[in-house]
Design a protein around this ligand. Structure first.
Ligand SMILES: Cc1cc2nc3c(=O)[nH]c(=O)nc-3n(C[C@H](O)[C@H](O)[C@H](O)COP(=O)(O)OP(=O)(O)OC[C@H]3O[C@@H](n4cnc5c(N)ncnc54)[C@H](O)[C@@H]3O)c2cc1C
Length: 442
């Protein structure tokens, strides 16, 4: 029987919250039920986690137990005719791609890193650059096996009448421990992408490009220069792509050098950010078409191992909002003005429109509208004050924030943004909890 071991070195991707937890690393299915039972009796109960690519505290359980599920990483079955894959919840998207691509399949939805597990992706109902076409990952999940703290095993599928499936998709790991996920993959004939990048001078041009591109391109996203102001407010580079029909089915994973240590805090200051943003905008200053392999298109950041250390030892906050279409342009402009004024912009400012495909989870983040994702080095109170200002803009516009990206989201804002919260509570496993959940319910 394996046990929980006290650890104080477990971090989420943003590296801000510091925690003490008792952590177990199950490798085999039969180790799990005992662990779930004993972990759920800890004062702060139990949380299952994947590769901890969530930025804030939704994948942490300070003072409680954690079941690190990455050792449960076996494939169960793969039907090469239908593209239906069943695997243990600790299997990563990187491993799914290695199996799927040579067989002519791709992930139906993928976030900007392939180092996420099936369980983690489902628990956050992740979205990708094709949200306007495919919706979230939950739409492609056929079934989920769950171990609950009362000792029961449940299999729920998307036609589940009880509501447990809808609660588990996007349910932040709070409805039980996922042991297996069955996922429908998407057929492809080549692992290449036909991509185009188009510079734009302001937000109005971004919205026009998004509307035009969504009709014909599978994937759309834009990088924004969040320090630009005045006439150039909202300038950036729009990227759009489709899967190519030509070329090989080839697994490519660009894993490059790693950042070995925390970079000193002064590395990212207003000057270095402005210089980077200016250079990037100028470099991408003309429309370009290219054929590229899937890896640099979907996962550019995976090429730099441990890039989160670039923000220094105090870590960083990721801030991702979505606001409904009617308010999107004005609210985005106001947020960009506040960021530029504070001089605390990020390299990784990403703007994208979400489409109309409804998200299947009770707590899924994506809704129709425009999503803005930004990184902010943790500079203490000045950063928190800026984020509070952004909260006010998002809330006023009827939007919400993404718990997977946030270690600071105020409870009142969470409650206002997620109207199905009470419905969700009815499906929670009382043996599960997280730092995030307790913060939302203080
Ligand atoms: C570079 C980068 C780019 C990103 N881009 C995007 C993006 O484009 N779109 C997007 O949606 N997200 C994005 N993310 C966020 C990331 O996709 C999510 O946070 C994802 O859920 C992380 O998966 P994980 O395996 O690391 O899970 P973790 O972060 O470890 O956990 C996430 C949640 O899943 C739960 N969980 C994990 N495994 C299980 C299990 N077996 N049973 C029950 N619950 C479980 C945890 O309790 C937690 O609530 C990005 C993150 C990074 C670092």
């Amino acid at each position: 029987m394996i046990d929980f071991i006290p650890r104080s070195d477990i971090l989420s991707w943003g590296r801000t919250p510091r925690t003490q937890m008792r952590v177990a690393n199950p490798m085999f299915r039969d180790e799990l039920s005992g662990l779930v039972e004993s972990g759920s009796r800890e004062p702060n109960r139990l949380l299952a986690t994947g590769l901890r690519r969530s930025y804030g505290d939704s994948c942490l359980n300070d003072g409680g137990a954690m079941a690190d599920m990455t050792g449960l990483d076996r494939f169960v079955s793969f039907d090469r005719t239908s593209g239906i894959l069943q695997a243990e919840a600790g299997v990563s998207f990187a491993e799914v791609l290695k199996l799927a691509i040579p067989a002519g399949y791709f992930l139906p939805v993928t976030p900007g890193t392939k180092f996420v597990t099936l369980g983690g992706a489902v628990a956050n109902d992740v979205h990708g650059k094709n949200h306007h076409r495919a919706g979230t990952i939950g739409r492609w999940v056929r079934s989920i096996d769950l171990t609950r703290s009362d000792g029961t095993e449940r299999t729920v599928n998307r036609d589940d009448p009880t509501g447990l499936f809808a609660a588990t998709v996007g349910g932040l790991g709070l409805t039980g421990v996922m042991t297996h996920v069955t996922l429908e993959l998407m057929p492809i004939t080549s692992s290449n992408m036909l991509a185009e990048s188009v510079p734009f001078g302001n937000l109005g041009e971004f919205f026009a490009l998004a509307a035009e591109s969504e009709a014909t391109y599978d994937y759309t996203v834009a990088w924004i220069d969040c320090l630009a102001n005045g006439r150039t407010l909202g300038r950036g580079v729009f990227s759009r792509a489709c899967h190519s029909k030509d070329g090989e089915l080839c697994v490519k994973s660009g894993v490059g050098p790693s950042i070995p240590i925390d970079v000193p805090g002064f590395f990212l200051n207003r000057l270095s950010l402005s210089a980077f943003n200016e250079m990037y905008y100028r470099f991408s200053g003309r429309r370009r078409q290219m054929t590229t392999t899937y890896d640099p298109f979907f996962y550019p950041l995976d090429a730099i191992g441990g890039w989160n250390k670039l923000y220094g030892g105090r870590g960083f906050y990721q801030y991702q909002s979505v606001v409904p279409p009617g308010a999107a342009e004005a609210a985005t402009a106001e947020m960009l003005r506040a960021i530029s004024h504070a001089g605390q912009g990020s390299f990784l400012a990403v703007l994208k429109t979400f489409g109309e495909v409804p998200s299947p989870g009770l707590l899924s983040f994506p809704m129709r509208g425009t999503t803005l994702a930004l990184d902010f080095a943790n500079r203490g109170q000045s950063t928190i004050s800026l984020l509070d200002k952004l909260d006010a803009i998002v809330r006023e516009a009827g939007g919400r924030l993404y718990p997977a990206k946030d270690g600071r989201l105020p409870a009142a804002m969470f409650k206002a943004g997620y109207p199905a919260l009470d419905q969700f509570r009815a499906h929670m496993d009382p043996g599960m909890s997280s730092t995030f959940w307790r913060r939302m319910n203080q």
